[in-house]
Design a protein around this ligand. Structure first.
Ligand code: DAH
Length: 340
């Protein structure tokens, strides 16, 4: 076979092989086999040239050069085609495809209540304060004027961590800690988790959130307590009726509980308020002089009022949640209802 026909054959077969390459690797293999400097087919044919007569050499040289240029050109085109195909495979865009629904996070209903309560009191000049969940008996009970044999200190009600360490049963110890650190006057709001040895049923949980409030200053009276808490209830729940009932806590004197008109039935009586038309939302009272003394504040100079409420119960009333366990299940279908 003449070198000219060999060049034509290389051209034909080369074009077929380039067209058949479907990946970059196949195309590179074709380039090496056809035009590779060391052992490519073109190199082999060029090696035959010196054996030819000058005339044959010219014809064969021209044919080989044409084959080389053609194959090089076609290799470049095929490379661009494959790159474009790879791009469209890796980022296919179907503009008619419906979008995937986005998961929106939602704040827990108890968090929503805590944030609202904090905001209402912040506007009245209160500051948010925090305290430890592992407490000593002194902060949790003694400094709060609990008598040494008070039933709340019983192993049945309190979770002890050791001899003198326990999980706080209320947020009231933060009253003592804040007064010790900052003295009077002070106005704080204290959200936090508290622990009690309780059954876990529809209305009790062994851990739950509380919000404590404390205002201590010269000349503070029960009028401040009533006016502030009534304002608070109406900010939180709208123009609603409130009432104060006498009560007892070791750390306040006098003590009271505040009820609001039932948010479910507006006072006519329903299952939420057990037919009474009222919901108890917090305990409150004038800070006991013993509590001020224990915290290093002079009860002759200063007076104060305090309250404690359960944002979990508040959330249940506000959102009509019948079972407290829903607050702890972390069921996203439940939590999703509070997305806003
Ligand atoms: N510490 C009380 C409890 O856990 C709630 C409470 C009542 C807090 C009256 C107060 C208060 O600050 O004045 O049941």
């Amino acid at each position: 076979m003449s070198l000219v026909s060999a060049a034509e054959q290389l051209e034909r077969e080369g074009l077929e092989r380039i067209a058949a390459a479907t990946t970059r690797e196949e195309l590179e293999a074709a380039r090496t086999a056809l035009l590779g400097r060391k052992s490519g087919r073109l190199t082999a044919l060029l090696g035959e040239l010196p054996k030819l007569s000058p005339e044959e050499k010219r014809a064969a040289g021209a044919a080989l050069n044409k084959a080389k240029l053609l194959l090089e050109g076609r290799l470049g085109e095929r490379e661009a085609e494959l790159a474009a195909a790879a791009r469209s495979r890796s980022a296919p865009v179907d503009v008619t495809m419906p979008s995937r629904p986005r998961w929106r996070g939602a704040k827990h209903p108890v968090t929503l209540i805590i944030e609202e309560v904090e905001q209402i009191f912040r506007e009245l000049g209160f500051t948010v304060a925090l305290g430890p969940e592992a407490e000593t008996e002194w902060y949790n009970f003694t400094a709060l004027n609990f008598p040494p044999d008070h039933p709340a200190m019983d192993m049945h009600d309190t979770l002890y961590l050791g001899d003198d360490m326990l999980l706080r049963t209320h947020t009231s110890p933060v009253q003592i800690r804040t007064l010790q650190t900052y003295g009077a006057p002070v106005r704080i709001i204290v959200p936090g988790n508290v622990y009690r040895r309780d059954f876990f049923d529809a209305s009790h949980a062994p851990m739950f959130a509380q919000i404590e409030g404390l205002a201590v200053d010269e000349g503070v009276s029960f009028v401040d307590l009533k006016a502030t808490l009534t304002h608070f209830a109406q900010q939180l729940l709208g123009e609603i009726r409130t009432r104060f009932r006498p009560s007892f806590f070791p750390f306040t004197e006098p003590s009271a509980e505040m009820d609001v008109q039932c948010v479910t039935c507006q006072g006519s009586g329903c299952a939420t308020c057990k037919g009474s038309g009222w919901l108890e939302i917090l305990g409150a009272g004038m800070v006991h002089p013993e509590v001020l003394s224990a915290s290093g504040v002079d009860p002759e100079q200063y007076t104060g009022w305090a309250f404690g409420m359960g944002p979990g119960r508040m959330a249940m009333a506000r959102y009509g949640i019948p079972d407290i366990r829903a607050l702890y299940d972390s069921d996203v279908r439940f939590l999703q209802q509070f997305a806003r």
